[in-house]
Design a protein around this ligand. Sequence first.
Ligand code: RFL
Ligand code: PHB
Length: 393
Amino acid sequence: MKETRTQVVIVGAGPAGLLLGQLLQSAGVDNVVLERRSREYVEQRVRAGVIEYGVANLIDDAGAGERMRREGLVHHGVEFRFEHHAHRVALSELADGRAITVYGQQEVVKDLIALRLGAGAPLHFDAEVTVVDGLTSDAPFVDVEGADGTTRISCEYVAGCDGSFGVASRSIPTTLHRKYERTYPFSWLGILAEVPPSNEELVYCRHENGFALSSMRSPTLSRLYLGVEPNDTLDEWSDDRIWDELNVRLATEATPAINQGRVVERSITSMRSVVVAPMRHGRLFLAGDAAHIVPPTGAKGMNLALADVRVLAGALLAQLQRKDDTLLAAYSATCLERVWRAEEFSNYMTQMLHPNGDDDFENGVQLARLRQAVNSREASTVLARNYVDLNSL
Ligand code: RFL
Ligand code: PHB
């Protein structure tokens, strides 16, 4: 087996791993990013689209924001539709002028990959980490399987940025961490379609038939979602059925029909909330989806992942450059406070917007929450602040 060494091994080249690599690299800390998938795969994976105000600034500060600022769509409001009427929440007005940026996660990933490869920093695709060990000693290591066999990389710290069900969190003995979990009784069917968005701002919709969301990626590319049954498969949802259902759910008197176009991507995602605590085991630190999952209704997953990395990068630099481990010691508690707030917000958004077929008491409560969210300035303000910049509050 070949052997090498670095200061920090980063498992996973999603937004979390790539941003951590960039922040450490630019501060002069050696690190290696290992990704089990190909470059093409991670650059094409369609996922998140909403970037919080403070997280967009973080991407900028890391030197990766140039294209995001040029091509990203800045939104100052968001719409809620229920009972066939539209209600706008003026995000920026309610959140001290701050706004969200609509820019695809895979574009953030492409920008970070280009930056890293341009700087000649080590980033290996098709390189799967199979073992993470030695975490409670001062000589941790990972084993990675690549095209040229197995390599053992020794390091000072391991960052587990390998997403849900990853090898990093699985290498923590189950008695030493706790997993808090909730599974929701519905999934999201998402499509990407070559058609101008039907609305200037995002639309979150609660209809008797279920949830719908109208989002976008550019002036010519729409991103739309439907809440579906948890066991539904893509075979059951032809393009015609998807468009018909989107039209039924999103219709209001003022906007009776949405723009339709060629569907270029479709997927179904289950909805879960997960928190793994603590987010540390010895010299292993978990960040992003490796430590927590939120249902996508609050648009928080990628934002949380990048906010973890901001804390982790600062803490690793303090330790590696100044031998100060206070921030590393506080890493898990610092992140978990924010993570639970995001879990609460995502849970609130999810439960308010997904009708429950049989339970009319629950449905009444959901509509009361929605009316309060759009009609009470206090409630709209809390929603706007959480939506626009939860991770910096
Ligand atoms: P990722 O992006 O999953 O990256 C983890 C990477 O680790 C690799 N990996 C390994 N590599 C080497 N060795 C191993 N053993 C490995 N095991 C795994 C994987 O291949 C992968 O490349 O995690 P990260 O970086 O923590 O980023 C998290 C985000 O991807 C996620 O939270 C968001 O996409 C969630 N999300 C949203 N977040 C937002 O902030 N705003 C949104 O609007 C939003 N919308 C969404 C979403 C997620 C969705 N889906 C599909 C789950 C909408 C949807 C539909
Ligand atoms: C998206 O554009 O993909 C998107 C937007 C808002 C969400 C989730 C996903 O809450």
